[in-house]
Design a binder for this molecule. Sequence first.
Ligand code: HPA
Length: 268
Amino acid sequence: MSPAAELLRQSLGGGTPVAAMVLGSGLGDLAAQLEVDARIPFAAIPGFSASAVSGHAGEVILGRLGGRPVLVVSGRVHYYESGDPGAMRPVIAAIAELGIASLLLTNSAGSVRDDMAPGSVMAVADHIALSGMNPLIGEASDARFVGMTAAYDADLRAGMAAAAERLGEPLAAGVYMWFSGPSFETPAEIRMARLLGADAVGMSTVPETILARFFGLRVVAASVITNFGAGMTGAELSHAETKEMAPKGGARLSRIVEAMLREGVFDD
Ligand code: HPA
């Protein structure tokens, strides 16, 4: 077992979480709802790099949500911080080593659809990655040829849709297109994304999904829409806007995730 997984295993004290979650920018609301058993800063975990993005806490929280044990990663490392698409590999590898079966990825994203306004939550049905980057480049074994036909688990997604429906929370579904960032897209890139079949654009999640499938985890992902894509309104985009808007859809996503756990969607 890696030193990171070993340290987390000791903190877990025997139980295995039913799911791990990675929280995106401004989505701390979920963490605020946890019954916390332990908080472990990235800096204390061997191989986990500290995220430098403002608005990110950079810690692993062990606790319970909806009565189920969960492991929450608050403060992911983005590709744009280092240029390393495998930046989250130690985190995702440790989650798999601990025997956690499912990974829920959350992010903030821009909408490329006129009918999906800021404040919406979108379940990720599939993704597009045209950056040319892949976290498995350089991986030596044939295990690198990971199938991505069903990257986002259909059963977990159905569980998310059912939980949202029972709560009366609207939940969109669509394709998330990964841009490296950190600059936002141009209006022409947003028009391209729409032409190619994207519903939302963002700077995370895709490398994590690829790594998670490599390590055999089931993946479910959701985007909180913080803005319309570049050029869709008159306004310039900013990280301040992302941070300001994320909690609006984030509160809604938190309720959906709590209901998924409470209803046993992640149970064996
Ligand atoms: N583009 C990319 N990433 C984002 C956006 C966006 O418009 N909004 C929030 N994250």
